[in-house]
Design a binder for this molecule. Structure first.
Ligand SMILES: NC(=O)c1ccc[n+]([C@@H]2O[C@H](COP(=O)([O-])OP(=O)(O)OC[C@H]3O[C@@H](n4cnc5c(N)ncnc54)[C@H](OP(=O)(O)O)[C@@H]3O)[C@@H](O)[C@H]2O)c1
Length: 279
């Protein structure tokens, strides 16, 4: 075998090329640890958000967890400490309240001195019904939680974040290709989260802040189990991977997107969907 095989080809004018990638980390060198870094996770009392909190805990982060349920929040924080979090505190908040996002980001900054990562995951899904039967109160509940709160969180987070920080929004395959008759408001809100993610990425990218999203498919959580699917085994069997997902599988995608290993991903929507969108 030739000694040349496997070598990088010579780059003409190396310095000029270096200037084209100035500021880029070496992803292979940075690893996926978050030791001592401040991470905010919304919707951390259950399902995907709880799994995200644990994924960052395992990687040594300092965590502010939030949700509405005190007891589940306290337990999630305890589980994070047991997994290796440098710090894990729970602060309850109802994200439908207009001041909640600002208060959470302020609390994270006061406690940790800044915010390196935010996972905007909390979400609400309406009871399945045709659009023409949905009252305004349901519209308000879904849009307040999924869209307005994501906007308010992004605004507060981007005001305090510095170069190197990362945000991951939790959207849904429903925001990209709608498999859900009867969930019109949820699907519309998640399409809006995808759009907000892309706009925020365009604006924050030049500051060295990456904004991305994950789009989970069918993941077994309390929300999915309450979503009115009549035949769960049939839905699972119809997916390319022939099964639904676990919250931990989405959390790994979130942790990777937030890490410097994903340093060139900006405005991306990463489907964690067992292949659903491939079909
Ligand atoms: N599971 C799936 O198949 C799937 C698929 C696509 C997208 N997603 C998205 O993934 C995210 C997490 O969902 P999940 O499946 O893990 O559901 P889940 O287990 O029901 O968790 C939802 C979380 O959101 C929080 N939350 C809801 N309304 C809130 C409010 N007004 N204020 C503060 N927190 C609130 C809940 O907190 P409390 O319980 O403490 O109130 C809970 O922690 C959501 O954005 C959902 O749309 C899920």
């Amino acid at each position: 075998m030739s000694a040349e095989v496997g070598r990088d080809p010579p780059m003409p004018d190396g310095e000029a090329h270096d200037s084209l990638t100035r500021g880029a980390p070496d992803p292979a060198a940075v690893g996926d640890r978050f030791d001592g870094q401040a991470v905010l996770v919304t919707g951390a009392t259950s399902g995907i958000g709880r799994a995200c909190a644990l994924a960052f805990a395992t990687r040594g982060a300092r965590l502010l967890l939030t949700g509405r349920d005190h007891e589940r929040g306290r337990q999630a924080a305890e589980a994070c400490l047991a997994r290796g979090a440098a710090e894990a505190v729970f602060q309850s908040a109802d994200l439908r309240e207009r001041s909640a996002a600002d208060e959470l980001v302020q609390a994270a900054c006061q406690r940790f001195g800044g915010l390196a990562v935010a996972v905007n995951n909390a979400g609400h899904q309406e009871a399945r019904a045709p659009l023409h039967e949905q009252p305004d109160s349901v519209f308000d509940a879904v849009i307040d939680t999924n869209l307005r709160a994501t906007f308010a969180l992004l605004r507060a987070e981007l005001r305090v974040m510095e170069r190197g920080a990362a945000i991951v929004n939790v959207a849904s395959v429903s925001g990209l290709r709608n498999p859900n008759p009867g969930l019109s408001l949820y699907s519309a809100s998640k399409a809006a989260v995808v759009s907000l993610t892309r706009s925020a990425a365009l604006e924050a990218g030049p500051r060295g802040i990456r904004v991305n999203a994950v789009a989970p498919g069918r993941v077994v959580t309390p929300m999915m189990l309450a979503s009115g699917i009549a035949d769960m085994p049939a839905v699972a069997a119809a997916l390319p991977l022939r099964r639904m997902g676990r919250p931990e599988e989405v959390a790994e995608a979130v942790a990777w997107l937030a890490s410097a290993r994903a340093s060139y991903l900006c405005g991306h929507v990463l489907a964690a969907d067992g292949g659903f969108l491939a079909g």
